[in-house]
Design a protein around this ligand. Structure first.
Ligand code: ADP
Ligand code: MG
Length: 432
């Protein structure tokens, strides 16, 4: 949805106090009754004042009045929670001004922001429940199918932002090439701006890095190193890998990319770890074959196992062959999904279902036996020579690119303030 901050400066501290009251009430009330708002708006001296604030907030669509069978009450809207998050970011000097929207992800809006030093950063507003921009109807079917219709998406967006912040913090601390996170509040995460572009825009002819061989092997090594530390990304594809604009040529070890978008990552102890690992590897393989026309050659004379692809023994990593030793337990430190299968954490089913949705469900057809023949025989098969534009079902990006045009129209519409953008009751925008 549109981040619309025009009224922010007209809100009084009292208005914000009432807005926070509604937010607090939402923790255990689907609809917050007015009587509870009175109690939770700690700074308000009179009911009259509170009523006035409630009516102003409702007029600005920061809260919305809803009736259910038992009582009337108010619900916080996405715009309301945006205001609360922004206020906290401003008060903590994390951001000073908000720039244009410059990315719309599957489940988020990305803005450029700057702090009071004039440094540019990225603010990611998680917006779960918006599974795709394709028709709302399809969206609804999807929700129904997964029985997530009555889900509190706003709450889950907060969880996703918190998780992503934790993933990025620990990975950044451990030297993984991910954006440095600065702050998280509610559904808003502020992080380093990557000077680069999504790998989906990379083509053979415009590649300026050192070599595609190196990029390929570094990308595969990243997956393996991450897994040895306990984690699988689960959405490792050309949309979530940023190619750096500048690489320091003096530093041969510097990687040419940064990996983003982590909330759905899982533990290598997850029961479907092998499946997700393979899917991440396949996304990279396919992108290199289809879009970059790059095919890692297989040559039995090479014995080097320190990388994958051209010049190395194996063309790509396989979970049970290449992730045999653990070097770290980041999953345990993070309590990533799937960690500690025997003692499931208290995480609610809703959270787990939402994360499963973010990952994309495991395909029924897969059985781990399929991949057990990991000796060299399987390589060099048609898989590697097939260059046709097959409509592979499990290639997440294929379906994503279908809606690319629509996404771009939404970004366009958002940045130019076009009127035809409508919102559904959740506050997500709809293109008609
Ligand atoms: P989603 O979970 O919705 O897919 P992402 O985290 O992948 O969200 O972000 C969506 C897009 O925004 C990315 O594909 C990328 O183009 C851009 N983006 C996200 N984070 C950053 C960042 N830190 N620096 C630069 N661009 C970013
Ligand atoms: Mg993404």
């Amino acid at each position: 949805m549109k981040l619309e901050t025009a009224h922010m400066r007209y809100l009084t501290p009292e208005d914000f106090n009432v807005l926070e009251g509604v937010e607090r009430g939402s923790i255990n009330h689907e609809l917050v009754p007015t009587s509870l708002i009175y109690r939770l708006s700690t700074m308000m001296k009179s009911q009259g004042g509170t009523n006035r604030a409630i009516s102003d907030l409702a007029k600005l669509n920061l809260i919305t009045k809803i009736r259910n069978a038992k009582y009337d009450g108010y619900k916080l809207t996405y715009k309301g929670i945006d205001y609360l998050a922004l206020r906290t970011l401003l008060a903590n000097d994390i951001i000073y001004s908000i720039g244009a929207i410059f990315g719309v992800g599957k489940e988020s809006d990305i803005y450029k922001v700057s702090n009071d030093q004039g440094e540019t950063r990225v603010m990611k507003l998680h917006r779960l429940g918006r599974t795709s921009f394709q028709t709302v109807k399809k969206n609804r079917d999807y929700l129904k199918k997964n029985d997530m219709m009555g889900t509190n998406w706003m709450y889950l967006s907060k969880i996703a932002a918190g998780k992503e912040y934790e993933f990025l913090s620990i990975l950044h601390e451990h030297g993984f090439n991910v954006p440095k996170p600065y702050f998280v509040t509610r559904h808003a995460l502020v992080m380093e701006l990557i000077d680069g572009f999504p790998m989906r825009n990379l083509r053979r002819h415009n590649f300026k890095g050192r070599s595609l061989d190196k990029l390929y092997t570094d990308l595969m090594n990243f997956i393996v190193k991450l897994a040895k530390s306990g984690l699988i990304h689960c959405d490792y594809n050309e949309f979530n890998i940023m190619i750096k604009n500048n690489i320091n040529d003096d530093d041969v070890d510097e990687l040419g990319f940064i990996v983003i978008d982590f909330p759905q990552a899982i533990s290598i102890d997850h029961k479907d770890a092998e499946y997700y690992f393979k899917r991440d590897v396949d996304c990279i393989k396919r992108f290199f074959i289809k879009k970059l026309k790059y095919q890692p050659r297989r040559d039995t004379v090479w014995l080097d196992e320190s990388g994958f692809g051209d010049g190395y023994k194996y063309p790509y990593p396989i979970f049970h062959r290449d992730v045999t030793e653990r070097v770290d337990n980041l999953d345990e430190q993070l309590q990533a999904s799937g960690f500690n299968k025997k003692h499931p954490s208290e995480q609610s089913n809703d959270i787990e279902s939402a994360l499963i949705n973010m990952r994309g469900e495991k395909a029924e057809i897969y059985t781990s036996d399929e991949e057990n023949s990991d000796d060299d025989d399987e390589y060099g098969s048609d898989e590697y020579t097939d260059d046709s534009e097959d409509s592979s079902d499990d290639y997440a990006s294929d379906s994503e690119s279908e809606s690319d045009g629509e996404n771009e129209r939404i970004i366009e519409a958002l940045s130019s303030g076009v009127k035809e953008l409508k919102m559904d009751s959740m506050g997500n925008y709809i293109l008609e």
